[in-house]
Design a protein around this ligand. Structure first.
Ligand SMILES: C[S@@+](CC[C@H](N)C(=O)[O-])C[C@H]1O[C@@H](n2cnc3c(N)ncnc32)[C@H](O)[C@@H]1O
Length: 180
């Protein structure tokens, strides 16, 4: 998820979406360059508080304060006056309403620089595993999400990488705006 941050690269503005308890945040912080700016956007107040505490107390969460900003908001309501070189998202898109998925992916496009990167993941087979036990409405929701995400990934020529060592295994999707 954070391989794109490895140097050599110039200083970037980076957005992490949906950090939860901060597992991916820890990896992002390891790769942060001195002039990077990291914005973190989390909708759940409990996770925001937990992350604030980690920034105060956890030695792995000690970048210079001026480099990191933590926002308690939904990403689709986040309109900073600048764009990002890279967005790393932990959002569980398969849990959302299809129109929300469409809104969030469209918002990612607006938040990114013309050549910015988007990285996100989904667990392998999550839709296929859910389908046999789902109602018709749920199957239809999953089908629509698949169509929306597949069209989006195709539009941007995304790369898909299988990470078998993750538990559960996951696909990581990586795309660069304007590179298709
Ligand atoms: C699957 S968890 C991420 C797990 C995380 N990588 C970790 O290691 O804990 C998804 C996170 O996205 C947050 N989230 C869900 N919808 C969001 C939204 N619209 N904007 C920002 N954060 C959101 C949830 O509160 C949750 O913390």
């Amino acid at each position: 998820m954070t391989a794109v941050l490895r140097p050599p690269r110039p200083a970037w503005t980076i957005l992490e979406v949906g950090p939860g308890t901060g597992a991916i945040t820890t990896a992002i912080l390891e790769h942060l360059l001195p002039n990077d700016q990291l914005d973190i956007v989390e909708i759940n107040g409990l996770f925001v508080e937990r992350l604030r505490k980690r920034f105060e107390e956890d030695p792995r969460f000690r970048p210079p304060c001026s480099q990191v900003r933590l926002y308690h908001t939904a990403v689709e309501k986040f309109y900073p006056p600048y764009r990002f070189d890279c967005i790393i998202s932990g959002l569980p898109l398969n849990n959302f309403h299809p129109e929300r998925v469409r809104e969030i992916l469209g918002h990612f496009e607006r938040l990114l620089q013309p050549n910015g990167f988007l990285i996100y993941f989904e667990y392998v087979g999550v839709r296929q595993l859910k389908k046999p036990f789902s109602s018709r409405a749920e199957k239809h929701r999953l089908y629509r999400i698949e169509r929306i995400t597949q069209n989006f990934l195709k539009k941007h020529g995304a790369r898909k990488q299988l990470v078998l060592l993750n538990l559960p295994p996951a696909f990581v999707y990586a795309l660069q705006m304007g590179k298709k």
